[in-house]
Ligand binder design. Structure first.
Ligand SMILES: [Zn+2]
Length: 155
């Protein structure tokens, strides 16, 4: 298990570094996440091209946990296929709900694993899942348009 100091270090790095905090030139999806309990208000921008997450970023203001969770999620899904990103979102949300993941699934979440401890902090769960819910909405919209395209081809 990761120690608290590594947890703090990763969260601080993503808040200080801000490498994912900017606007995209050509986002195909923009999804705002708002958590009134804490005041987190972050907007995810994603550029999906040919079934892959070509680029992603976020803007807005949130607490250290929501900001780090969003930034780590972006690092993780960037360059992945929509299908792989969908799996990561599913695994992450299951982990937060306290479901046991396979070692392989846990490994694939990389730094996002540190948020497993949120299941013991119900008040902060919404902070840690805000960005991931934004991504889920983006991927779901992507899914339906993709299956429509596939369907058209079949006809
Ligand atoms: Zn928060």
């Amino acid at each position: 298990m990761m120690t608290d100091s590594i947890y703090t270090e990763i969260i601080m790095y993503h808040n200080k570094e801000g490498h994912n905090k900017h606007l995209l030139d050509h986002p195909s999806h923009v999804e705002r996440g708002h958590n009134p309990n804490c005041g987190d208000d972050l907007t995810l921008q994603v550029e999906v091209e040919a079934g892959f997450i070509k680029d992603a970023s976020f803007v807005g203001n949130g607490c250290a946990i929501s900001t780090a969770a969003m930034s780590i999620m972006i690092d993780l899904v960037k360059g992945k296929s929509v299908e792989d990103a969908n799996q990561l979102v599913k695994d992450y949300l299951e982990m937060i709900r306290g479901h046991e993941l396979s070692a392989e699934a846990l490994e694939s979440l990389e730094d996002a694993q540190i948020f497993a401890s949120l299941q013991k902090m119900p008040a902060r769960v919404k902070c840690g899942t805000l960005g991931w819910h934004c991504m889920r909405v983006v991927l779901e919209s992507q899914d339906s348009s993709e299956s429509k395209i596939t369907l058209d081809h079949n006809i």
